[in-house]
Design a protein around this ligand. Sequence first.
Ligand code: PMP
Length: 355
Amino acid sequence: MKWEENVRKTEPYVAGEQPKEEGIIKLNTNECPYPPSPKVRETLENLDYEALRLYPDMNGEKLVNALAEYYHIRPGQIFAGVGSDDVLAMSFMTFFNGQTPILFPDITYSFYDVWADVFRIPYKTCPLDGDFRIKKEDYFIPNGGIVIPNPNAPTGILEDVGVLEEIVAANPDSVVIIDEAYVDFGGKSMLPLIDRYENLMVVQTFSKSRAMAGMRIGFAMANEKIIGYLKDVKFSFNSYTLDMPSILTGAAAVSDDAYFKETVGKIIRTRERAKGELAKLGFTFTDSKSNFLFASHKKVPAKEIFLALKAGNIFVRHWDRPGINNYLRITVGTDEQMNVLIGFLKKYLKEREDD
Ligand code: PMP
């Protein structure tokens, strides 16, 4: 068909499964196992339903102001979007418009190459070393932009802020995006450097540490000029992306720092405990500083374990991709969920050995 020649053809991102069945232990998409702050519930319960007939505030002002206060920056340094996927996609469109390839690690968040493809952005991936670490020299070449997650996904590895700063400093002619989706679980943010480097943008999300993946809230922090360019593109696309409930519940979540710290603390404690338990079963890991483990078994192929877990109604993530196909990415759930996982694996590995 002729019309098909004009279609923007693209290979879409494949998200982790969202199973509909009851009774599944879902450790496959890095959601938070705890509910959002009670202040979020309160806000939803008191939502002014009549106000929903109005368009929401285009800038998500209440949310942006809450974030500005929390992070001690100016509201003009923040851009809020519909999950960090939205913020990142908008940023790719806004900042990566050159002919020179943009750079990102070869093992990383698998949406980056999808956005590059859909927006026709040339890109080059930089191989991680044998320990899944980035090699900073790879980013000291001419490029059209850089995006690096810290901690990286799906490895969970936290890069030293000093190394990332060297990359930002060496690339004054490119926008460098640091995707900090998992930074709250033990990482160090690049945020304090946004005043020093005009080309640095930090992106974070409410989907993990603030337990609000269902609300879809993400945000970018950078200098006013960068944020201004991002807004120009967003407002040329769709002005009202963040809906009213998201703006209000997002602001409520930010106001409850005690709950946020408590939730993150629980996840970190469970993560470290699970590492110890799984190590006893023959698993090895990266030193994940995120809300997931990146684990490989010394004897049993990851795919086998993945399928066995799935058959046992425990969903984790596995990629059939070179370099990472012998790893499982296991979201850190509650202690109870992790106990079920560990119990299942103990039994499964024992039975397999006995066969
Ligand atoms: N960046 C990374 C590294 C991620 O793993 C994710 C979660 N899939 C995101 C961004 C996007 O998260 P969200 O759109 O829910 O904010």
